[in-house]
Design a protein around this ligand. Sequence first.
Ligand SMILES: C[S@@+](CC[C@H](N)C(=O)[O-])C[C@H]1O[C@@H](n2cnc3c(N)ncnc32)[C@H](O)[C@@H]1O
Length: 220
Amino acid sequence: MEDKIRYPEIDFFIRNIIKGETGHLKKMEEYARLRHIPIVQAETAALLKVLVNIHRPQRILEAGTAIGYSSGIMAKAMSENGMIDTIEIDEETALLARDNIRELGLQDKIKVIVGDALEIMQCLYSSYDMIFLDAAKGQYNEYFAEAFRLLRPGGLLVSDNVLYKGLVAQSGPVLHKHRTITMKLREYLVELCRSDQLETAVIPIGDGLAVSVKKGEKNE
Ligand SMILES: C[S@@+](CC[C@H](N)C(=O)[O-])C[C@H]1O[C@@H](n2cnc3c(N)ncnc32)[C@H](O)[C@@H]1O
């Protein structure tokens, strides 16, 4: 998805300066580009790697696997015994993700779960150190309760596409076809930013990324 949040010359500069992926991850980028599969943009991938390096999660939950690119990026940045559960609703896409994950040699670190993210999250009980929401944008409000329940105190909730082409921050009228999603994402951001139980930063990179920390024993 083309983002329209920032200045094109800044995007161009940042994308050129970022250390690009190599090997199979690079092939996955090309595959996604040719088939218009929306995977995280280079600057979002870079921030995910930094977050994983700082936070050192042992267990990550991802909603929205697609071809397994972002889970591959995060798994490579995790420690040796780190694990990712990632949920994908589309069976064929999930099969493709599994093939890619095997090709990356990450099959022991990443488990692809096929199903609806909300339904799967409702069935999960063990806690996660980090949760990355990148599935159905219109359902982030519903994902939130489950993600909050599954996140350990001090854990990171990372939500992608929260500025949705910049429309979420736009003051004027929004085209009818984008109105519902824009309203829902505004409500979601208000919930994240006003919650007493989270600290949230909204970062205008990629399609907009919200990074929230669940307050807990360590950061009350
Ligand atoms: C933006 S893509 C994910 C990109 C991926 N995180 C990456 O950067 O490599 C969103 C994915 O979420 C999946 N999806 C959409 N609705 C879903 C749902 N309700 N439950 C689980 N996955 C869903 C889509 O099929 C799509 O593959």
